[in-house]
Write a protein that binds this ligand. Structure first.
Ligand SMILES: N[C@@H]1[C@@H](O)[C@H](O)[C@@H](COP(=O)(O)O)O[C@@H]1O
Length: 243
């Protein structure tokens, strides 16, 4: 695991963007795993700038998002479909049919999980998977206790996760209770993983990610077993490491 320490959120986004640009320029048909949440927003802004400056193009890129709430349709501003269009896809040249976000609105969610896995396989697996980090160690929506051999599946969201994400909703009651997420094994099959963390509220989780025991009780700890992981974290997020 390579750990890159940066001063703040801005520098984290900058550094992550430079890694993206490098991979986009080096891969013929990049398959990107994308994430939602506050953490990657700065990176997405910078990627849009890079395209506007003609430094990169996403025309040959295929993308797969990690997760989506169950029960929110794509036009709901809190859905991850909406987030991705609003923050990235509507502003870059990636063809819509090359973007994939799990569909939490279908009646047969089990089939959607299987189909999502199939689409990732057909694309030749993910070259670079972006991850944020939940305060309880979740990656995607894989909550503590999720099997390390899980594939794309439906999850019950933890109360702590619903509380953490309630800031985006009018009230906690409107935060969905279920989500569809790539599994831990799906994520671990990515050829390279880039995890971003910023702020003091992530400090404990970052410490466990780096130094903690590898355990299903802390899903992100599995990344210690992947041989191509870069963590970019700011000083606040790293404040509990090496103390
Ligand atoms: N499903 C998402 C995760 O993919 C994300 O990484 C995490 C952290 O979010 P944030 O970046 O807003 O702290 O929370 C959400 O629950």
């Amino acid at each position: 695991m390579e750990i890159i320490k940066v001063a703040n959120y801005e520098e984290m986004s900058e550094k992550a963007c430079s890694i993206y640009v490098e991979r986009l320029l080096n891969l013929k048909n990049p398959v990107l795993g994308l994430a939602t949440g506050s953490t990657p927003e700065g990176l997405y802004k910078k990627m849009i700038e890079k395209q506007n400056q003609n430094e990169v193009s996403f025309k040959n890129t295929i993308s797969f998002n990690l997760d989506e709430y169950v029960g929110l349709d794509a036009s709901n501003p809190n859905s991850y479909h909406y987030f991705m269009k609003d923050k990235l896809f509507n502003h870059i040249d990636i063809p819509a049919e090359q973007t994939h976000v799990p569909n939490g609105e279908v009646s047969d969610t089990e089939k959607e999980c299987r189909d999502y896995e199939e689409r990732i396989r057909e694309a030749g697996h993910i070259d670079l998977q972006l991850l944020g980090l939940g305060v309880n160690g979740h990656i995607g929506f894989n909550e503590p206790g999720t099997s390390f051999s899980s594939r794309t599946h439906i999850v019950e969201l933890d109360e702590s996760t619903r509380n953490a994400n309630a800031r985006f909703f009018p009230s906690i009651d409107e935060v969905p209770t279920k989500a569809i997420t790539m599994g831990i094994e799906t994520i671990m099959e990515s050829k390279e993983i880039l995890l971003l963390a910023s702020g003091e509220n992530k400090a404990e989780a970052v410490e466990r990610l780096i130094n903690g025991e590898v355990s299903e009780e802390f899903p992100a700890s599995i990344l210690q077993n992947h041989d191509n992981v870069i963590v970019i974290a700011d000083e606040a997020a790293l404040s509990k490491v090496n103390k």
